[in-house]
Design a protein around this ligand. Structure first.
Ligand code: OAD
Length: 248
């Protein structure tokens, strides 16, 4: 790729002190994790209301667990792509940096990102419905599996109709409101409240950049839009930032 950078983007890079990156399923697409929407999206093949709601879990916990175990198996076989690794380099390049993700696959952490704000939870973590303890077992004898306390375990992901983890969303809102450069990467921008983070950032004066293979709901509110695969655009942007900062 040969990206054409606007002067306003280059200025934003030069002056930015506090940077936020917010990612969605698109950033993991090239690692082999299916996205949710679009022709090949999970919600074209599976019914969200039968698999990703608390009501579905209560009605058929075995089916819901089987679906999550299937997704865990997919995720266990895959590795981060150059987009994840490029994001993991960003904390070194700015005074303050925070990564927010809607992804539950944990690939940002595998790529080396720290303090990731996982607003939709983590598919590899279990949570007990009774004692709220977290656990990381993946091999179970029965479904739904149970906690040491005897309570039912569920995957620690946010289902439709559920509140987001309060601490994660507080951090996400706080850093989005106080940053001066915000990147929204690989998300269709239709699921709230994640979709409102770029608007929040822009209203407080941040320069907002979108990276996506196609226009989205967010394209018309951002300052700069790069159309392309995150695994190609992000490494190139990182190289540009390093050049600007005299690091290469
Ligand atoms: P979507 O599936 O809605 O959107 C994925 C976005 O990634 C689309 O805009 C694609 O154009 C873009 N995309 C695909 N491949 C890409 C690539 N290689 N590089 C850059 N962009 C690419 O996924 P999300 O926006 O993450 O919620 O979905 C948000 C939430 O909806 C998910 O977290 C999940 C789902 O229901 C929960 O599970 C709570």
């Amino acid at each position: 790729m040969n990206i054409q950078y606007s002067d306003k983007f280059l200025d934003a890079i030069k002056t930015a002190k506090s940077v936020v990156v917010s990612t969605g399923a698109g950033v993991s697409a090239e690692s082999g994790v299916p996205t949710f929407r679009g022709e090949e999206g999970l919600w074209k093949k599976f019914r969200a209301e039968e698999l990703a709601t608390f009501e579905a879990f209560q009605a058929n916990p075995k089916l819901v667990w089987e679906w999550y175990q299937y997704r865990r198996e997919t995720i266990n076989k895959i590795t981060p792509n150059p987009g994840h690794y490029a994001i993991a380099e960003m904390p070194k390049l700015f005074d303050t940096f925070r990564l927010i993700t809607q992804n539950v696959d944990g690939l940002h952490r595998v790529a080396g990102s720290e303090n990731v704000v996982e607003i939709h939870g983590n598919i590899k973590r279990n949570k007990c419905l009774d004692c709220d303890e977290f656990s990381y077992d993946e091999e179970f004898q029965q479904f739904p599996p149970t906690c040491e306390c005897g309570g039912k375990l569920r995957p620690d992901v946010v289902w439709f109709g559920e509140m987001l983890p309060a601490d994660a969303i507080d951090i996400a809102f706080g850093v989005s409101r106080s940053c001066d450069l915000f990147f929204t990467v690989g998300t269709s921008g239709v699921v709230q409240p994640a979709a409102s983070l770029p608007t929040m950032a822009r209203q407080q004066g941040a320069f907002v950049v979108e990276i996506n293979i196609e226009p989205t709901e967010l394209t018309y509110i951002v300052d700069e839009s790069f159309m392309g695969k995150s695994s190609e655009v992000l490494p190139e942007i990182i190289t540009k930032i390093k050049e600007i900062k005299g690091l290469i």
